[in-house]
Design a protein around this ligand. Structure first.
Ligand code: QAP
Ligand code: CO
Length: 175
């Protein structure tokens, strides 16, 4: 499977992802292709819509304290539902689909989710810290929401200006 990261302002990122019905070879191929693309781009989380597949699929690999990412810490999450959320926390977020831009975003401090694994087995996670933030960021993708959609309107305008300038520079540095 040949996947490429979809970048803002591509409208594809606004699409709502569909519930996965079949936990089959096709799903496994998608998951297996998402992992190397996330690792090669220095990501800690990736939703399927970011590789142009509108399915409720996301993967997470939160680094250890020393910054190392271990495959054994990979979490594959299908059809997640938030069942509990508490508190408030702020973290400077980024996104593989919005390269080189980082901004403080307010989210719930802790969340509990129910989801399916790649074999359709029901699982749950009680998350806090970076995992909680990553889960909320990735579930937003399934709803067609980007972290920049959560900025205040003045911050959002600042972002649009900076991002457009960056895209322009990217274009002129190419050939
Ligand atoms: C979502 O984000 C997230 O701009 C995952 O040039 C964000 O992996 C989870 C990245 C915040 C928890 C907290 C971004 C890589 C990676 C960039 C990412 C970039 C290279 C973002
Ligand atoms: Co993202």
């Amino acid at each position: 499977m040949n996947l490429k990261i979809v970048e803002y302002p591509d409208k594809k990122l606004k699409e709502k992802s569909k519930v996965v019905e079949n936990f089959d070879e096709e799903l496994h191929k998608l998951l297996d292709a998402m992992y190397p693309i996330m690792m090669n781009t220095n990501g800690i989380g990736l939703a399927a819509i970011q590789v142009a597949h509108a399915k409720q699929v996301l993967i997470l690999n939160i680094p250890q304290e020393d910054g190392e990412q271990l495959k054994e810490n990979l979490i594959e999450i299908i059809n997640p539902v938030v069942i509990k959320k508490n508190g408030e926390t702020t973290y400077q977020e980024g996104c593989l689909s919005v390269p080189s831009f980082y901004e403080d975003i307010v989210r719930y401090d802790t969340v509990s989710i129910e989801y399916k694994d790649r074999d359709g087995i029901s699982k749950s996670i009680d998350a806090d810290g970076l995992l909680s933030i990553a889960i909320q960021h990735e579930i937003d993708h399934l709803d067609g929401i980007l972290f920049i959609d959560r900025l205040t309107s003045s911050r959002r305008r600042k972002f649009e200006k900076e991002y457009k300038r960056m895209l322009k520079e990217k274009k002129t540095s190419k050939k």
